[in-house]
Design a protein around this ligand. Structure first.
Ligand SMILES: Nc1ncnc2c1ncn2[C@@H]1O[C@H](COP(=O)(O)OP(=O)(O)OP(=O)(O)O)[C@@H](O)[C@H]1O
Length: 261
């Protein structure tokens, strides 16, 4: 069966009393970045992690990815405790440049992970055609990253991650470096791709508008240190969401007020 048709089932992430601290010099108290994070993200959900700069969003995402070790607490995926990276999770970073190989074409970048997995050439081609099309890059297969705009590079990164067929997408401010118009287009496309692929998504942002455009639920992290998820807001709006929707504006005001208190 091809990688496209064998779509991985969405997975549930459960976090209980997660702490992350760094120790300083001998004899000093540990410095808690996050302390007491509790969270359940259901399989197939689009969950947004929102919080001010430096509160520990990336730290939490990196712990879920298995890139950073937790200090205490429990982290399970479909009931199985995890502590290292796995094929069930894939990360999309803010800087697409840093994650693409400049000497490989769009197609070669998208196929890279599959090549590492020794996927046969014909299947690699089928998968890369599918995801290059899905992210709107058809016709650009033979270009190199230097020939692409920032938005296009981010699409390549997304296609490469999608081609790996992980059931969980971890996204760390992936559109933070894009101009406003490209960012809006990418947000819409991401929702379309999420709806088509049924993946579990955890999307980190410090932008409330972006959080409300994307998330089914928004977890707000408190100001660090020793940050935790202090509130979870359900977003009862269907997709695609429009900034001009008065209900969007109302929700924005409600959550913003909460920040100001
Ligand atoms: N290896 C480390 N050792 C010590 N402190 C660290 C380490 N990594 C991160 N920190 C600290 O943890 C805190 C949270 O960082 P993190 O990058 O998770 O925040 P963030 O909410 O993602 O911020 P931003 O939105 O600015 O990216 C920061 O104060 C940072 O300095």
């Amino acid at each position: 069966m091809s990688t496209i048709s064998a779509a991985a089932a969405a997975k549930t992430i459960q976090i209980n009393q997660l702490h992350k601290s760094y120790t300083g010099q001998a004899g000093t108290e540990p410095h808690y970045i996050i302390k007491g994070v509790d969270l359940v993200v259901k399989g197939g959900e689009f969950f947004v992690l929102l919080g001010p700069s430096g509160c520990g969003k990336s730290t939490l995402l990196n712990i879920i990815a298995g890139f950073v070790a937790k200090t205490e607490g429990k982290l399970t995926i479909d009931g199985e405790e995890i502590s290292r990276p796995g094929r069930d999770r894939a990360m999309v970073f803010q800087q697409a440049d840093a994650s693409l190989f400049p000497w490989l074409t769009v197609r070669e970048n998208v196929e890279f992970g599959l090549k590492m997995k020794k996927t046969p050439k014909a299947e690699r081609r089928e998968v890369s055609d599918h995801y290059i099309g899905l992210v709107g890059l058809k016709g650009h297969e033979n270009k190199f990253p230097r020939e692409l705009s920032g938005g296009m590079k981010q699409r390549v990164q997304l296609a490469r991650v999608l081609a790996l067929n992980s059931s969980i997408l971890l996204m760390d401010e992936p559109f933070g470096a894009l101009d406003a118009m490209t960012r809006r287009t990418m947000q819409k496309e991401l929702i379309r791709i999420w709806q088509q692929t049924g993946k579990t998504v955890i999307f980190v942002t410090h932008d409330l508008q972006e959080a409300l455009l994307l998330g089914q639920r928004i977890g707000v992290m408190s100001v660090g240190p020793a940050s935790r998820i202090s509130d979870i807001h359900e977003v009862p709006l269907s997709y695609p969401r429009e900034l001009s929707d008065p209900r969007f504006h109302e929700l924005y005001e409600t959550i913003q007020r909460h920040f100001d208190e």
